[in-house]
Design a protein around this ligand. Structure first.
Ligand SMILES: NC(=O)C1=CN([C@@H]2O[C@H](COP(=O)(O)OP(=O)(O)OC[C@H]3O[C@@H](n4cnc5c(N)ncnc54)[C@H](OP(=O)(O)O)[C@@H]3O)[C@@H](O)[C@H]2O)C=CC1
Ligand SMILES: CC(=O)N[C@@H](CCC(=O)OP(=O)(O)O)C(=O)O
Length: 348
């Protein structure tokens, strides 16, 4: 059995990890950790978790982690992650970090977009970007994973194969993405509270959202040269799910058929359990993915404007956070990537 510790188990991403891992056939959760709720049962926060009450929420103790864990998931805000992850690595455990702190190759890019000083830039060389469909081999050999962001997962999975095959113009990309409110985390933030967000709809982070830089970095690897794009997130009045509608110009002077687009996606994602490519003109909805680790991608060519419109959907807490983290753990420990992960959505 893989012995797992979860730091930040009380947050939305941590809670989803506890849920997924408690039924994983190869995992024993040995410690769940919190800063503010030490000594409490997890059912005091999440009422349905009575079955897990023999485990109390604990403070972080590195000696105990060294003895009892093979891998630790850190589900923390970005700044505490930068300080805690190196101490975990020094214990000899593998680490899967869900924050933005270990996703970039260049600390200067992280610092510019997050406004946080990175005190351990040396670890960025060692960290592997945990998008399983792109970096399976590197993940298998990694000790530290920077688990991707939720908007970025939906966006990169939709665009990477098309840029790699030169099927869209890299200077024309516009990503219009919408997220459920759990994307903002459990801690109280007034603009994201029920009354402020329910039956309303708004854009935020316009031109400055930090995920712009994460998407650009990864897509530059696909294109083989820098990519700059426009990314606008919106807050949807639903609990979970991300739907990104993406616009890009088709290559100038070239006729691109749906068969070429479909072929590029299907070839790139051959053997990937969680990527579902719909036929030309069929578009996914949030209810196709919520509750599962899937990413559904649909597209339509706009012949009149010589553009491609792509719609990509994930569950922000599963493929966008905890599910992807489990998929990473599976690969790091030589398991099939899909072990213990939900394939089907909660349709109703
Ligand atoms: N929500 C989402 O959809 C996604 C989130 N993420 C990322 O995952 C991480 C966790 O997000 P999320 O679960 O939403 O956040 P929450 O706000 O819901 O939870 C944050 C967790 O971090 C713990 N925590 C906060 N500050 C500290 C600290 N100084 N030291 C130790 N623990 C601390 C809290 O512990 P406690 O209150 O128990 O003390 C809590 O368990 C973030 O980096 C986020 O950006 C990534 C992708 C998607
Ligand atoms: C709705 C909402 O607020 N979403 C979050 C993104 C959640 C996520 O992916 O977080 P990290 O990339 O920071 O880990 C936001 O826009 O800040």
């Amino acid at each position: 059995m893989i012995r797992v510790g979860i730091i930040g188990a009380t947050g939305y991403a941590g809670e989803e990890l506890v849920r997924l891992l408690s039924s994983h056939p190869e995992v024993k959760i040995t410690h769940i950790m919190s800063k503010s709720f030490c000594g409490k049962k997890i059912s005091e926060l999440y009422g349905s978790y009575l079955a897990l009450d023999e485990m109390l929420l604990e403070d972080i103790d590195y000696e105990i982690i060294q003895q009892d864990c093979d891998v630790v998931f850190t589900c923390l805000p970005h700044e505490p992650s930068i300080e805690i992850v190196p101490k975990l690595l020094a214990c000899g455990v593998k680490v899967i970090d869900l924050s933005g702190s270990f996703r970039y190759k260049d600390a200067a890019v992280f610092e510019a977009w997050y406004g946080i000083h990175h005190t351990h830039p040396e670890l960025l060389k060692k960290a592997v970007y945990g998008l399983c469909e792109l970096y399976e081999e590197e993940i298998a050999g990694a000790d530290l994973i920077g688990n991707p962001g939720c908007y970025t997962t939906a966006s990169i999975l939709a665009l990477y194969p098309l840029l790699a095959c030169n099927l869209i113009q890299k200077d024309s990309i516009i990503i219009d993405a919408k997220s459920g409110v759990t994307g903002a985390g459990r801690s109280e933030k007034l603009p994201f509270s029920f009354c402020e967000s329910h039956e309303s709809f708004k854009a935020y982070g316009v031109t400055t959202h930090r995920h712009t830089s994460e998407i650009e970095e990864q897509l530059s690897f696909a294109a083989g040269s820098p990519v700059a794009l426009s990314f606008t997130p919106h807050l949807l009045p639903v609990k979970r799910g991300i739907l990104a509608t993406i616009y890009a110009d088709l290559p100038k002077g070239l006729e691109i058929s749906p068969i070429e687009i479909q072929g590029a996606y299907e070839k790139f994602y051959m053997g990937s359990d969680f990527i579902q490519i719909l036929p030309h003109g069929s578009l996914p909805e949030l209810k196709f993915v919520v509750g599962s680790n899937n990413c559904f991608i649909g597209y339509k060519i706009d012949e009149r404007l010589h553009k491609l419109v792509i719609v990509s959907c994930i569950d922000n807490l599963i493929k966008g956070a905890a599910g992807q983290a489990v998929q990473n753990m599976n690969l790091m420990f030589g398991l099939d990537g899909s072990t213990g992960l939900p394939q089907l959505a909660m349709y109703l």
